[in-house]
Design a protein around this ligand. Structure first.
Ligand SMILES: [Zn+2]
Length: 351
C-alpha cells in the first residue's frame, strides 16, 4: 500500500504537471515530496496504510487526527523519546493559548465546556497548560465537512524550526452534533478534552498505534482518548490519562517568576510562576533573620491566571514573619514539589 500511494502521487503529479508553469511545477513537486515524507514517517511510527487517508487537504489518520502534508518536513530523525504521536511539545511551548472561534458556529456554544475542561486539564501535574487567548496558536472552529460520522478532529504536534509545537486546530462538526443532539455540557467536555489530548500528542487508547506509555495498560475503558466518543459523557481523566501526560510532560523544577505583597494589610504574598505541583506544593518563607516557615497546600490558594501562569497566594501566619516583613521590608520565598523533591530558588519579596 505504501508503494501504491507513492506511485499514485507520482502519477497524479505527472498529470498535474503537464499544464503548469515552472514555479507551479516546483511547488507541486515540493508538496508531493513533503507528502511522501509524511506518509513514510507515519508508517514508521506505527500507522498502517489503511489508516492514512488523504482527504485532499491533509492526511487524516484514525478518523480524527489531522497531519498536514508537510508534517514531517522538519522532523528530527534522531529525536529519541517518541511517545504516542511521536513528537513531544518542547518545554518552551507547553503553555498553550486556545482561540475559540465562536463566530464560526451557528448555535453551538463551547465556551463553558472549554473553560471547564481547561480547568481540569490545568490541574493535572504535567507541564502542559491551556488558556483562552485571542491569538491561539490553537484555533477551535466549526467545520461541517469533517469525515462523516465524527464529531471533531484535531491536529497533532509537529516540529517547527527544530522545536516541538502543539497541534494547531480543532475542527468541530457542529451540524452533525446538533442533528444528533450531542450537545450537552458533559458531551462537549469529553469531546474537547479528547481533541486537546491530540493537540498535545496523545493518541487513541483503544487503538493499536504507537508505543504504549510506560506504566499504562493495554486498555483503559474510561480514558478520554477512546476513539469516536460522540455522545459519551465526560467522566474526568482516568489515572492512566494523568500518568500518560505526567510521563510525556514531566514537571520540571518549579520556578517563581514574580512575587509581591498582597491583601490590604500587605501581610499576604503572591507568587506567579510555573511547574507547581498544584495539589501538593509546599512554600517556604525565610525571614531576614534566617528562620524558615513552611506552608503546605492547605495553607495556600492555588490558581491559574488568564495567561496560563500559575499563582499561589498565602497569608503570613506567625507574628515573627509579619513583624520582620513589616519592619525589615522583605522575606524570601521558594516553592517545593514534594513528589520529586524539586524546589525553586528563593525569590525575594519586598513589601
Ligand atoms: Zn481522536
Amino acid at each position: 500500500m505504501k508503494t501504491f500511494n507513492l506511485f499514485l502521487y507520482a502519477f497524479l503529479s505527472l498529470i498535474i504537471l503537464s499544464g503548469c508553469e515552472k514555479n507551479e511545477i516546483e511547488t507541486i513537486e515540493n508538496q508531493e515530496l513533503q507528502k511522501s515524507k509524511t506518509i513514510q514517517k507515519l508508517l514508521e511510527i506505527g500507522f498502517s496504510n489503511d489508516e492514512i487517508i488523504d482527504n485532499g487537504k491533509y492526511f487524516l489518520v484514525q478518523d480524527d487526527v489531522v497531519y498536514p502534508y508537510d508534517w514531517a518536513k522538519e522532523l528530527n530523525e534522531t529525536s529519541g523519546k517518541q511517545r504516542f504521536n511521536g513528537i513531544p511539545i518542547s518545554p518552551n511551548n507547553t503553555v498553550i493559548g486556545i482561540y475559540l472561534a465562536q463566530e464560526t458556529f451557528h448555535t453551538l456554544s463551547l465556551r463553558r465546556a472549554l473553560e471547564e475542561v481547561i480547568w481540569y486539564h490545568n490541574r493535572l501535574n504535567n507541564r502542559t497548560k491551556f488558556y483562552l487567548s485571542g491569538l491561539g496558536p490553537v484555533v477551535i472552529s466549526a467545520d461541517n465537512s469533517i469525515f462523516p460520522g465524527f464529531c471533531a478532529q484535531a491536529s497533532a504536534p509537529r516540529i517547527v524550526n527544530g522545536e516541538g509545537v502543539p497541534g494547531g486546530f480543532i475542527n468541530i462538526n457542529e451540524d452533525y452534533m446538533v442533528e444528533r443532539d450531542y450537545t450537552s455540557n458533559d458531551e462537549l467536555k469529553l469531546i474537547l478534552a479528547h481533541e486537546l489530548g491530540h493537540i498535545v500528542g496523545l493518541n487513541h487508547t483503544n487503538q493499536s498505534f504507537g508505543q504504549l506509555i510506560p506504566g499504562t495498560p493495554q486498555s483503559d475503558p474510561g480514558s478520554i482518548m477512546i476513539s469516536n466518543n460522540c455522545g459519551v459523557n465526560w467522566n474526568g481523566y482516568t489515572n492512566f490519562d494523568k500518568l500518560a501526560l505526567e510521563t510525556i510532560y514531566t514537571l520540571p523544577p518549579p520556578e517563581i517568576k514574580r512575587a509581591g505583597p498582597g491583601c490590604s494589610d500587605k501581610l499576604c504574598i503572591w507568587m506567579v510562576g510555573k511547574f507547581f505541583q498544584h495539589d501538593k506544593s509546599i512554600v517556604e518563607v525565610k525571614v531576614p533573620t534566617g528562620q524558615i516557615y513552611r506552608y503546605n497546600i492547605s495553607d495556600l490558594v492555588y490558581n491559574i491566571d488568564f495567561q496560563g501562569q500559575e499563582v499561589i497566594t498565602l497569608r503570613l501566619k506567625t507574628n515573627n514573619e509579619r513583624n520582620q516583613f513589616g519592619r525589615l521590608g522583605y522575606v524570601d520565598v521558594r516553592i517545593i514539589n514534594p513528589d520529586n523533591g524539586d524546589q525553586s530558588s528563593f525569590k525575594r519579596v519586598r513589601r
